[in-house]
Design a protein around this ligand. Structure first.
Ligand SMILES: C[S@@+](CC[C@H](N)C(=O)[O-])C[C@H]1O[C@@H](n2cnc3c(N)ncnc32)[C@H](O)[C@@H]1O
Length: 222
């Protein structure tokens, strides 16, 4: 969300009704309830699926209010959230989940040493360039690390749009946001040096587990 009006994202997390407006005029709801961990059973199942395999150091990129980091810590897994929003980081820390206020494209602790990196809930779209964010994710992982990436539904295509955040009283500036359907996971993984280990649809959400393509040992071990 580089270039976005983070003030509006912070307002949304603080409870103000905000939405994302695309350049063609369409309005998309911001699922703040899900980000805050207030959503229903389907969402819980999807969250559980996202972190189920994490048994080593895990970084959640664009962690929002930190519900996945908190769940990992409860299981005894070392985890860290990264988010550029001060409100997201404050809520995350408040619930006991460590988080750093950083741009995920900038310097981060543990680069090259994370066993798992999570891009949940549309974060493959951050910056409007899915190849760039996956390449960045690869830099953060160990050579046999796994990227856990949430995609859009099949048929959603691979689209980058100009969007902005709005509320009744505020309008943010335009920024680029991408959405990628799960049926594009293989192609995107291939283009960024990953291979798809597995995919799953859980509670209406779509997750792919991506392994660095050159790490055949880990593929064979699974
Ligand atoms: C769609 S929300 C997803 C939140 C979280 N993953 C979840 O599932 O609750 C996107 C998050 O990414 C963060 N973000 C956007 N651009 C970022 C960047 N360049 N670096 C770090 N965080 C970023 C936003 O602040 C926001 O919290």
């Amino acid at each position: 969300m580089i270039g976005a009006d983070f003030d509006l994202f912070d307002r949304a997390l603080a409870g103000e009704r905000c939405w994302m407006r695309a350049a063609d005029g369409t309005r998309l709801r911001l699922p703040t309830g899900r980000w805050l961990g207030l959503a229903g059973a389907g969402e819980c199942r999807a969250d559980h699926a996202l972190i189920r395999c994490c048994d080593g150091p895990t970084v959640d990129l664009g962690c929002g209010p930190g519900r996945l980091v908190a769940a990992l810590l409860r299981r005894g897994v070392l985890a860290l959230g990264i988010d550029i929003s001060p409100t997201a980081v404050a809520i995350s820390r408040f619930r006991g989940a460590p988080a750093l206020r950083r741009d995920l494209f900038g310097p981060l602790p543990g680069a090259g040493r994370w066993s798992y990196a999570i891009l949940a809930d549309g974060n493959i779209g951050i910056g409007g360039d899915p190849q760039r964010i996956l390449a960045r994710t690869a830099e953060l992982l160990t050579p046999d690390g796994v990227a856990i990436v949430e995609f859009g539904p099949p048929g959603a295509g691979s689209v980058t749009r100009r969007v902005r955040l709005e509320s009744r009283s505020h309008v943010g500036s335009w920024f680029s946001w991408a959405s990628v359907g799960i049926d594009h996971a293989e192609q995107l993984a291939h283009a960024t040096g990953f291979r798809v280990l597995n995919t799953a649809g859980v509670g209406g959400r779509h997750i792919a587990w991506l392994l660095r393509a050159d790490d055949t040992m880990k593929v064979n071990a699974r």
